[in-house]
Design a protein around this ligand. Structure first.
Ligand SMILES: [Zn+2]
Length: 480
């Protein structure tokens, strides 16, 4: 039997704010445990929360960018449960009236060159809980420790519709969503540090059937790769079970990266009843039109718009524009380069090739040693004929390791391209004299041997000879 996979994702994005959602404590990451807490985020009796305006603005920006309808009247609710990382005994979240509903993002389906619309069910604001540590300084202990620095850090939960049909689509949706949040400057998108977390709901159903199968919730995936791998594993596990005639149990499963498996954490029977109710300490949020207009005016150019502009303004292919715009810093880098030296396609080629390769997964171009000035300067030297494209690779490596400007590298290393006709003619003359046999073969029609001569010239000049001049002279001389 053929099965169809149904995937929905819940993303928890930590919002970029200076202070927590309901108090003035700092949200800084990596500080001494419990150094960033106060009576409000610790839930002491008698204290009152005060909503951080920035949190609402971040949520509104996200809602607009993901085509959501905004609930101009929305409110916070208490989600009640007990856990040591939650000092109040409830989490302040949103329930029946979230800030935004019914949005979507478009993702590109790989190899099909078509766009697919993924619905967004809702976006709501909430506070994070603390963090439990089961070992200290890497040593396991009989007790656990709790760090309340994270308690009250603002989160946005973005819930998708079950519109994804494969792990690749889920990965693509996450990449697009993260890129939008980074463009908006509302979340840094760091999955490893936990500021962009994702849970997945996955179920299978026989192809053609309307009714959804029993879903399993997956947690504990802290990179895009983990999400895709966990989903692949889980889909296979459910398929094997269904084929054996077994029943899928509704449960929460954790991804174990080292073992490459998912395992059961809790079944539905143990699931919580959170007893949500409107938080009496916080007044409902009323979003006035003037505020919404102000926020709309602050929105930056989003990835999709940037792609379209890049194609039009710089005449680069859609593929290039898509890659350059997938990250705001890289898009800015590209535009800084074109501002210094207007060769968009060459710049795009270098960014997509050598630069992205050296940047690795983090894509943090802001501290990259080869600045737009370096790259633009080097491209200008290629176009002027000072260096060849081949030598440029060496110059790039050197800029990357030393951060020196291209002119200095070329001067110090003697990499200037050899364009002097007489000088090249002399080198070629010597090569022809030394390879009489090959010359004869060429003259008898074995034209493929031409490349062999070019190679010898390049070797003799350490790659510095101007290829155009080498070709001209070689053809003339070999013709006899
Ligand atoms: Zn606090």
């Amino acid at each position: 039997m053929e099965f169809e996979t149904i995937i929905g994702l819940e993303v928890h994005a930590q919002m970029l704010t200076e202070t927590k959602i309901f108090c003035g404590c700092s949200t800084e990451f990596g500080q001494k445990p419990n150094s960033l807490s106060c009576p409000v985020c610790l839930g002491m009796p008698g204290v009152l929360p005060v909503l951080n305006r920035k949190v609402v603005e971040h949520a509104l920006k996200t809602a607009i960018a993901t085509n959501c309808s905004i609930n101009k009247y929305n409110r916070f609710a208490r989600k009640n449960y007990f856990y040591p990382d939650l000092p109040k005994g409830y989490q302040i979240s949103q329930f029946e009236l979230p800030i935004a509903v019914d949005g979507f993002v478009d993702i590109e389906v790989k190899n099909k060159k078509i766009l697919k619309r993924i619905g967004i069910t809702r976006i709501h604001m909430e506070e994070d809980a603390g963090k439990l540590l089961h070992q200290l300084d890497g040593i396991s202990s009989e007790s656990s420790y709790v760090d309340y620095n994270r308690t009250g850090v603002p989160l946005m939960e973005i819930v998708s519709e079950p519109d994804m049909r494969s792990p690749e689509e889920a990965g693509e949706y996450l990449r697009i969503l993260r890129s939008v949040l980074q463009y908006l400057d509302v979340c840094d998108g760091n999955m490893e540090q936990g500021s962009f977390r994702c849970d997945a709901n996955v179920s299978l159903r026989p192809k053609g059937r309307e009714e959804l199968g029993t879903k399993v919730e997956l947690k504990n995936m802290n990179s895009f790769r983990h999400v895709e791998k966990a989903l692949e594993y889980e889909i296979q596990r459910q398929q094997d079970m269904l084929e054996e005639g077994e029943t899928i149990v509704q449960e929460t499963r954790l991804w174990d990266e080292s073992g490459g498996v998912t395992f059961s954490m809790r079944s539905k029977e143990e699931a919580h009843d959170y007893r949500y109710f409107p938080d009496p300490d916080l007044v409902p949020i009323v979003i006035e039109d003037s505020w919404l207009q102000e926020i709309k005016g602050q929105l930056p150019e989003l990835p999709k718009e940037k792609v379209e502009r890049f194609i039009k303004q710089y005449g680069i292919p859609e593929y290039d524009a898509g890659i350059l715009s997938s990250n705001r810093q890289i898009a800015d880098y590209f535009e800084q380069c074109t501002g210094i030296y207007h060769k968009p396609k060459s710049i795009s080629n270098w960014i997509m090739g050598d630069i992205l390769r050296n940047l690795g997964d983090t894509r943090e171009i802001d501290n990259f040693p080869v600045t737009p000035k370096h790259l633009a300067g080097m491209l200008e030297l290629i176009d002027k004929g000072t260096i060849s494209g081949k030598i440029a690779k060496t110059v790039f490596e050197e800029m990357f390791t030393s951060g020196k400007m291209p002119e200095e590298i070329i001067r110090k290393k003697g990499l200037v391209q050899m364009s002097d006709q007489n000088e090249i003619e002399k080198v070629i003359g010597e090569i022809i004299d030394r390879n009489a046999e090959a010359v004869e073969e060429y003259r008898q029609g074995k034209e493929k041997i031409f490349g062999f001569f070019v190679g010898l010239v390049m070797k003799a000049t350490q790659g510095r000879a101007n290829p155009k001049i080498v070709n001209e002279i070689l053809r003339r001389k070999l013709a006899g």
